[in-house]
Design a protein around this ligand. Structure first.
Ligand code: F6P
Length: 319
């Protein structure tokens, strides 16, 4: 009989619990034993593995964070460290592992797959930066958290006629900044995938003020520069009263949205289905609203791209 293990790894994301729940329930539904690996790859190496029952995933679909805990484990790159993890799985007769995480976590899964453990990746990260899926689990929730913060900041920005610079997460990807900028009506969106000319930003703020604009919102992705660096750069060109806001880890927390819960449920269950069909070394995703699978090699082939049309639209709407 197949035995499946599941872990969450890298930065946590709202909806990871829903994906974990789906993996456990779908496995049990199919009559498969399922094991939870606690604390990501670190827990795999430390043998922090427990057999799970239906009740272990009760009352978690609505919770942020990850009940399986997460950790970053740079040592996992070492073959002898990975071997310990493989031995811990094999000692229990576990031959398959589902990894819920970002592309860093997928790299560990790819190595394990080459070394005899069948693995499937489930995209769990707020960054939306993984190839082979239109959306990652956690992106929608983080986006809504950011938009809520931008709306609040806009209120005070208007009252005080200030320019606000809001720094958002995303590592080296601009999806969160771009989507939040469009949804929050930001005047300027700075993302790593497009050139950032602060002189042009300054000129646009000035033109806006001359037209009677009371405030300006700049959303800067952390992969471009920090909010304080952006403020410093801006003040080289114009004399504006700026305030900087770094949204930080609050973007990673909170109840997952309904969209993230449904996405996580679909992808978690699909990962189990693929393992049952004998597929491994792949990541699951959602593309054009259909479930899809992409080999890890293809996922890593190129850097994730932003939606160019959405970026152009953001420019057109923020004139
Ligand atoms: O990958 C998710 C993410 O939240 C990124 O957006 C951010 O750059 C990073 O993780 C922060 O990592 P840590 O929690 O280790 O500070």
């Amino acid at each position: 009989m197949k035995k499946i293990a599941v872990l969450t790894s890298g930065g946590d994301a709202p909806g990871m619990n829903a994906a974990f729940r789906a993996v456990v329930r779908k496995s049990i539904y199919e009559g498969i034993e399922v094991y939870g690996v606690y604390q990501g790859y670190q827990g795999l190496v430390n043998d922090n593995i427990k057999k799970l029952e239906l009740g272990d995933v009760g009352d978690i679909i609505q919770r942020g964070g990850t009940k399986l805990y997460s950790a970053r484990c740079p040592e996992f790159i070492e073959p002898h460290v990975r071997q310990k993890g493989i031995d811990n799985l094999k000692n229990r007769g576990i031959d398959s592992l589902i990894v819920i995480g970002g592309d860093g976590s997928y790299r560990g899964a790819q190595r394990l797959d080459e070394e005899g453990i069948s693995t499937i990746g489930v995209p769990g990260t707020i960054d939306n930066d993984i190839n082979g899926t239109d959306y990652t689990i956690g992106f929608d929730t983080a986006l809504n958290t950011i938009v809520d913060a931008v709306d609040r900041i806009r209120d005070t920005a208007t009252s005080h006629e200030r320019t606000f610079i809001i720094e958002v997460m995303g590592r080296d990807a601009g999806d969160l900044a771009l989507w939040a900028g469009v949804a929050g009506g930001a005047e300027t969106i700075l993302i790593p995938e497009a050139p950032s000319d602060i002189k042009v930003v300054a000129e646009r703020i000035e033109t806006g003020m001359e037209r009677g604009k009371k405030h300006s919102i700049i959303i800067v992705a952390e992969g471009v520069m920090s909010a304080s660096e952006c403020g410093e750069e801006l003040r080289k060109y114009i004399n504006v009263d700026t305030r900087e806001s770094v949204l930080g880890h609050m973007q990673r927390g909170g109840k997952p949205t309904g969209t993230d819960r449904v996405l996580a449920s679909r992808l978690g269950a699909f990962a189990v289905e693929l393992l049952l069909e004998g597929v491994s070394g792949h990541a699951v995703g959602i593309e054009n609203n259909s479930l899809s699978k992409t080999s890890f090699d293809q996922v890593f082939e190129e850097h994730h791209k932003i939606d160019e049309r959405l970026y152009r639209l953001s420019q057109e709407l923020s004139i």
